[in-house]
Design a protein around this ligand. Sequence first.
Ligand SMILES: [Zn+2]
Ligand SMILES: [Zn+2]
Length: 171
Amino acid sequence: MEINVGRLKRHPEEILDFSFAVAPGEPAAGDLRLHSPLHVDGTVTNAGRSLLVRGNLAGEITLECSRCLEEFAFPLRVHFEQEFRPQSAGSPGFDDDFMTYNDDVLDLDDLIQQTVWLNLPMKPLCRPDCLGLCPVCGHNLNEGPCSCTPAVDPRWAPLADVKAHLPHPGQ
Ligand SMILES: [Zn+2]
Ligand SMILES: [Zn+2]
């Protein structure tokens, strides 16, 4: 999504509002798998040598559960703030966290995509108590138990061995 900031640059006292939606599959979504449109709104203010973008984004991202591997819609609602400087000011160095814009055009696509990536969970779960897959047959245990006998935890295997060699009471 591109925003024309020509007027804002000439009228620093003004605040520019923006509000738009990124639909699933749109180029603006980049590699994001959107489950529902991403709603983005906020303001751009002229801070002198840079422009400050503040906003909120909300939508649902399609993720794969790290336990049961099923896809689910992850609701995301985050606030973001980002400083933009003119491209002519040079590229950001290692310690700088500003982004750049060209002429009068502020492109928010990278900012939006980065904001979403940074706020996705490292280990997504379809629900907090997801039961995952059976390690033996791969059945999704959220859909009910499978017919496998529960696997013996390897840490208990030596104990099971000891028990097998104990004299049986009553013999
Ligand atoms: Zn799951
Ligand atoms: Zn099983």
